[in-house]
Ligand binder design. Sequence first.
Ligand code: ZN
Length: 249
Amino acid sequence: MSGILKDRAVILKTWEYGETSLVVSALTRSGGRANFLAKGAKKARSPMHGRFRTGNVGEIIYYDKPGRALKLIKEFSAAPVLDSSGAGLERLCIFQAGLELAGRASTGDEQEGVVFDLVEAFISELASGDDPWAMLFVLEISLLAASGLMPAIERCDRCKKELAGCVFSINPSRGAVECGGCTEGEGALSPRSCDLLVRMSADGFAGMRGVEVDAEARREIGTLLHRMLMHHMDGYRLPGSLGVLKGVG
Ligand SMILES: [Zn+2]
């Protein structure tokens, strides 16, 4: 495909290019992750000046020529969704982590913009002031589910008992979900983590509004999802910004 294209994009990262330009890594809705050139975007008079902050979401118009590594941005109309000055370090680091994960999850041939829509929803949930950890976990679960790698947390794989209201374990490599009765409690998550996982996987972002993830559940669910992503997602590594939080907390 060549010519002028229009899409929606979220900015992942930028690098300076020459005196006045930027190279922009963005996740687009139809084309997945791609690198763009924003010519002259560093000039104060450029209409694109200041538009390419990480996490900005908007409409992009660009030229694409086969064989050219960088697509050339003609216009990008975007406003920041998250107020970075008022958000606080934890929320900002989680915001960065979510963008990094989505960038890695994008294969470039997205199934109908699934990854893009998830990251756009994640960004707006983070801006709304709810527990950012809950929203990061929902994003991780949804990215795994979009690739068919997240088991349904509905019934025990062994005895078929409904899992709502009981404790269970999830094997990160096999994806097996087993109730505490079948495993005699071995490897079972805490009741609170189990309840949260059932709600996150059933209701997504909407199910986590107004819900706090306490420190124990954060550690348990965070570790489980990290292991699942390690196991199943090519190129996954723990986002650097979460390392920053470990150093602080
Ligand atoms: Zn069972």
